[in-house]
Ligand binder design. Structure first.
Ligand SMILES: Nc1ncnc2c1ncn2[C@@H]1O[C@H](COP(=O)(O)OP(=O)(O)O)[C@@H](O)[C@H]1O
Ligand SMILES: C=C(OP(=O)(O)O)C(=O)O
Ligand SMILES: [Ca+2]
Ligand SMILES: [Mn+2]
Length: 652
C-alpha cells in the first residue's frame, strides 16, 4: 500500500462523484464524437480509396477511353496472362487484394466483380484456385505485408524496413544464363570472359514453368508494373512478379514509379521478371549446376529467378536487358553513377562494386542523376533506375550524410544487424554479411535531379579500388588510355576474412561491369570513345583504394581526400594543373590539389619501401598485360584508335 503523501488514495476510501462539464450538458471534447455506431464502422471510416490523380478523359495509350471497370478487367487479364502456364494454356483466376481479407476489403470489393473466368481446359487444383494479386502496392501496404508475413522483417529506429535476403546475400554470377537461339548466337558475347552462360530455349521453358507453377501455388503474388530509363523516348515497361513484399518494395524503390495515370495506361509490359527465388531449380534439369538459376530469354522478353532471394539479382538482370536493348537503338548503356553541377557539368563515375560509384555520385554540392546504371544517347545521359542501392557497411552520418538520411520510412535495409529493443542499426556489424545494403527511391536524396537526366558528360571518372596501392589517387587520361582502362575494368578488393591479412586480388571486368554485358565489350567501348570524342569529355583514373603501401601496410585513401580530388575534376581546376608522367603505366599525375597532402599524389613518394613499390607496380602491370591479351585481336573504333589503345597500357 502506498504511503500517505504520495497522492495515492487507499482503495477503501470511497470516491465522491463529481459533476462533470458533460453532465452539465456541455461537451468536454471540443472535437466532438466519432460518427460511428460500432467499432467495425469506426475502422471502415479510417480508410478510403484514393481517386486517380488525373482524370481518365482524354488519356491516350492502351487503356484510353475505357470505363474504369473495363480498364480494371483488362489489367487483371494482362496479369493472368503473365501468370499463365504455357502447357495448360490458361491463366489463373486472379483477384486483387490480400487473401487475408479484412484490411484490404476496399480492394477486394472492387476486384470481386472482375476476376477472370478463363475457360478451363484441363482441370487441376491450381486452375480451381484464385491467385490474389497485390498490384503496385504502396510502401505502407508493403510494410504491413512484410511485417505480418515475412520472417526477418522489422522496423528500424529511423523507419526503414529491415529484411533478410535469405541464404544468398550477393549475386550469383555463375548461375546467370542466357538463352542461345538463332539470333542471340550471332549477336551476343559468348565464350571466354563472357558472363552469359548459354542455355537452350527448352530448358528455359522448364525453369519458367517451374517458377510459374510455384507462383500460382501461392495464395498471393506481388506484381509491380514500372518503368526503366528516364529518357521519355526510350522508356521500357517492366513487370515484376514476385512472392515477397520485400521484393516488391525493393523494385518499387529501384525502378521508375509510374504515376497513377501512367499505370492506368500501362498496357502490356515490354519485359517480365518471374521471381520465384524462394523455390530452387531442379538439379535434374539439363544445364543446372546448382539450385540457383537466373535465366534471361531475350526473345521471349522474360527473366526467371529460381533459388536466390537476393533482390539485387532483379536490378542487375534488368541492367543486362538494357545492355541488349539500348545499343540496338545506338544508345550506350553504362555501369556508372552520374551527377551534375550547378552549371550543368555532368560527370560519370565508372567502377566495379565497392569502388565508390554510389558514394561519390551522392554529393551534397551536386545534383544526383543516378548511382549505378545510365544510358548515353544522342540527346542526353539518363538514369535507367528510379532509386539507389547503397552499401551500408561502416556507413557513418559524418562521412555520408545524404545516404544516412535516406535510410528512413520506405527504404529497404537488407541484412543489417540492429538492437532488438532500440532498433538502432549497427552499421559496423558484419554478422549476416559484409554486403549490407539500403535501397531507397532517388528522391530520398535531397538534391536529386528529377527527372533523372542531364546534358552530355564533361568528365568520365574511372574508379579503381587498388588494394596494391600503386595507382595514383588521380591521373588525367588521354582518350586511348581511357579506353584501355575502360576495357580492362580493373579493381583489387580485399576479400575480408577472419583469418586476418589477405593478399589483394586483382579483378578485371570489362567496361567496369562485365557481369552485365550482353554484347562484346569492344562494342560498348567503341561507342564510349565516339561519344567522348564528339562531346569533348575528359577521362580520369581515380584510385579509391590504398596508398603508402598495399593492403596490410598502407591505408585506404581517406574519403574526404577523394572528394577533394573529385571536386577539383568537377570545377575544372585540375585540368589546369601541371602534370608529371609516371613510369610503367604512363599516367599523368598532378603536382598538387588543394586540400590533398602532396605526398600521397605520387605513390612512390608515399611508399617507405621503394623496392617493394617497384615490385608491386611491375606485378600489377603484368596482370594488366595478361588480361588485355584477349582484346588485342579486336578493333575498337577506327584503326588509329585501336592502335593507340593497344599502346596505352603499361610499358615495361
Ligand atoms: N576514398 C574512398 N572513396 C570512395 N569510397 C570509399 C573511400 N574510402 C572508403 N570508401 C567506402 O567504400 C565503399 C564504396 O562503395 P559504393 O560507393 O557503394 O560502391 P559502388 O556503388 O561502386 O558499388 C563505401 O562503403 C565507402 O564508404
Ligand atoms: C547490385 C550491385 O551493385 P554495386 O555493388 O555496383 O553497387 C551488385 O553488384 O550486386
Ligand atoms: Ca553502389
Ligand atoms: Mn553499383
Amino acid at each position: 500500500m502506498a504511503a500517505n503523501g504520495t497522492g495515492v488514495t487507499s482503495p477503501r476510501t470511497p470516491l465522491k462523484s463529481i459533476l462533470t462539464e458533460k453532465a452539465k450538458g456541455i461537451p468536454n471534447d471540443s472535437a466532438g464524437t466519432v460518427k460511428a455506431q460500432t467499432i467495425e464502422e469506426l475502422h471502415s471510416l479510417q480508410r478510403k480509396r484514393s481517386a486517380p490523380n488525373t482524370p481518365l478523359q482524354g488519356t491516350t495509350g492502351a487503356f484510353a477511353n475505357l470505363s474504369e471497370d473495363e480498364r480494371q478487367r483488362q489489367q487483371l487479364q494482362s496479369i493472368s496472362a503473365s501468370l499463365a502456364s504455357l502447357t495448360r494454356g490458361t491463366g489463373p483466376k486472379v483477384i486483387r487484394g490480400d487473401p487475408g481479407g479484412g484490411k484490404y476489403q476496399a480492394v477486394l470489393h472492387v476486384a470481386r466483380h472482375h476476376h477472370i473466368d478463363a475457360p478451363v481446359i484441363s482441370v487441376s487444383d491450381s486452375s480451381l484456385k484464385f491467385t490474389h494479386v497485390l498490384y503496385n502496392l504502396s510502401p505502407g501496404e508493403l510494410y504491413e505485408q512484410a511485417l505480418k508475413y515475412e520472417k526477418g522483417s522489422f522496423l528500424t529506429s529511423t523507419g526503414a524496413l529491415a529484411t533478410l535476403s535469405g541464404a544468398k546475400t550477393g549475386r550469383s554470377p555463375r548461375d546467370k544464363r542466357v538463352v542461345i537461339d538463332d539470333t542471340t548466337q550471332d549477336e551476343l558475347w559468348w565464350g571466354k570472359g563472357s558472363p552469359n552462360i548459354e542455355m537452350d530455349e527448352h530448358t528455359f521453358m522448364v525453369n519458367r514453368e517451374r517458377a510459374v507453377d510455384y507462383l500460382n501455388s501461392l495464395d498471393k503474388v506481388f506484381v509491380n508494373d514500372q518503368f526503366l530509363n528516364w529518357d521519355p523516348k526510350n522508356r521500357i515497361k517492366v513487370r515484376i512478379v514476385s512472392c515477397r513484399a520485400y521484393h516488391s518494395l525493393f523494385m518499387h524503390n529501384m525502378c521508375i514509379r509510374p504515376t497513377s495515370e501512367e499505370l492506368e495506361n500501362f498496357g502490356t509490359p515490354d519485359f517480365t521478371i518471374y521471381n520465384a527465388g524462394q523455390f530452387p531449380c531442379n538439379r535434374y534439369t539439363h544445364y543446372m549446376t546448382s539450385s540457383t538459376s537466373i535465366d534471361i530469354n531475350l526473345n521471349r522478353k522474360e527473366m526467371v529467378i529460381l533459388g536466390t532471394q537476393y533482390a539485387g539479382e532483379m536490378k542487375k538482370g534488368l541492367f543486362s536487358l538494357m545492355h541488349y536493348l539500348m545499343p540496338k537503338r545506338h544508345i550506350l548503356s553504362l555501369h556508372s553513377g552520374c551527377n551534375m553541377g550547378k552549371d550543368g557539368d555532368v560527370a560519370l563515375f565508372f567502377g566495379l562494386s565497392g569502388t565508390g560509384k554510389t558514394t561519390l555520385s551522392t554529393d551534397h554540392n551536386r545534383f544526383l542523376i543516378g548511382d549505378d546504371e545510365h544510358c548515353w544517347s544522342d540527346d542526353c545521359v539518363s538514369n535507367i533506375e528510379g532509386g539507389c542501392y547503397a552499401k551500408c557497411i561502416d556507413l557513418s552520418k559524418e562521412k555520408e550524410p545524404d545516404i544516412w538520411n535516406a535510410i528512413k520510412f520506405g527504404t529497404v535495409l537488407e541484412n543489417v544487424v540492429f538492437d532488438e529493443q532500440t532498433r538502432e542499426v549497427d552499421y559496423t556489424d558484419k554478422s549476416v554479411t559484409e554486403n549490407t545494403r539500403a535501397a531507397y527511391p532517388i528522391e530520398f536524396i535531397p538534391n536529386a535531379k528529377i527527372p533523372c537526366f542531364g546534358p552530355h558528360p564533361k568528365n568520365v571518372i574511372l574508379l579503381a579500388c587498388d588494394a596494391f596501392g600503386v595507382l595514383p589517387p588521380v591521373s588525367k587520361l588521354s582518350l586511348a588510355q581511357t579506353m584501355y582502362h575502360f576495357i580492362s575494368g580493373y579493381t583489387a578488393l580485399v576479400a575480408g576474412t577472419v583469418d586476418g591479412i589477405k593478399e589483394p586480388t586483382a579483378t578485371f571486368s570489362a567496361c567496369f561491369g562485365a557481369a552485365f554485358l550482353i554484347l562484346h565489350p569492344t562494342t560498348y567501348a567503341a561507342m564510349l570513345a565516339e561519344k567522348m570524342q564528339k562531346h569533348g569529355a575528359t577521362g580520369w583514373l581515380v584510385n579509391t583504394g590504398w596508398c603508402g603501401g598495399s593492403y596490410g601496410s598502407g591505408n585506404r585513401i581517406k574519403l574526404p581526400y577523394t572528394r577533394k580530388i573529385v571536386n577539383a575534376i568537377h570545377s575544372g581546376s585540375l585540368l589546369k594543373a601541371t602534370y608529371e608522367k609516371t613510369e610503367v603505366f604512363g599516367l599523368k599525375i598532378p603536382n598538387e590539389i588543394e586540400g590533398v597532402p602532396k605526398e600521397i599524389l605520387r605513390p612512390e613518394n608515399a611508399w617507405a619501401d621503394k623496392e617493394a613499390y617497384k615490385n608491386t607496380l611491375l606485378k600489377l602491370a603484368g596482370l594488366f598485360k595478361n588480361n588485355f591479351e584477349t582484346f588485342t585481336e579486336y578493333k575498337i573504333g577506327e584503326d588509329k584508335l585501336t592502335e593507340e589503345i593497344l599502346a596505352a597500357g603499361p610499358i615495361f
